[in-house]
Design a protein around this ligand. Structure first.
Ligand code: ZN
Length: 84
């Protein structure tokens, strides 16, 4: 399966948690290898989780993924309208 950016974002928290199926994980890694946007999303998501882990708070804010997706939607619509 060829993933687009949206597929990767839907799976990125599971990817970080290590709960993805091995096949899906391999697909995500293949996408990340050539996609700067998703690599940046992965890095910033990891940083947020690391910051939270320091306070022993592992749950993301309720609206975190909504805000993340809204921001990514804005990036996509302005830079890559065909990949949505
Ligand atoms: Zn991507």
């Amino acid at each position: 399966m060829v993933l687009n950016c949206r597929h990767v974002w839907d799976r990125i928290s599971d990817y970080i948690d290590g709960t993805l199926d091995p096949e899906v994980r391999a697909d995500v890694e293949r996408h990340l290898a050539h996609c700067e946007i998703c690599s940046a999303v992965l890095d910033s998501t990891r940083n947020i989780i690391i910051l939270m882990a320091d306070d022993r708070v592992f749950e993301l804010p309720v609206d975190f993924s909504q805000r993340l997706h809204a921001r990514l939607d804005a990036v996509l619509s302005s830079e890559a309208p065909d990949s949505a």
